[in-house]
Design a protein. Structure first.
Length: 108
């Protein structure tokens, strides 16, 4: 994928992530202020397709967004070659997808 395309993809994923992060943080504040336990939170999210879709999109967006940033950081701060940098970015993407989706599936 070209540098320009990666730039656009990262900006689109940021536009998706920004409101989702705000909703996520808001939910954390509500849960903490309400004194909800982990069991109470899970009882509200279990078998709820809406929350599974919300957090599934959250995970996919983060798994696209973060590796592009990691790629740029590695390019600017290391002397690694492009193949190594792209490989590490891909590993980051796969790791985020696997860990994030397994969390979504476990909660759903």
């Amino acid at each position: 994928m070209s540098e320009q395309a990666l730039f656009v993809v990262q900006r689109i994923s940021a536009a998706i992530l920004a409101p989702m992060v705000l909703v996520h943080l808001g939910l954390i504040l509500v849960a903490v202020e309400g004194g909800l336990s982990a069991e109470e939170i899970l009882s509200r999210t279990r078998d709820n397709a809406g929350w599974a879709l919300f957090y599934g999109l959250f995970v996919v967006s983060a798994a696209v967004h973060a590796p592009i940033g990691v790629r740029n950081i590695l390019r600017e701060w290391t002397r690694l070659g492009w193949k190594a940098i792209d490989g590490l970015a891909m590993v980051t993407c796969i790791l985020l997808l696997v860990l994030g989706m397994s969390a979504v599936i476990a909660v759903f």
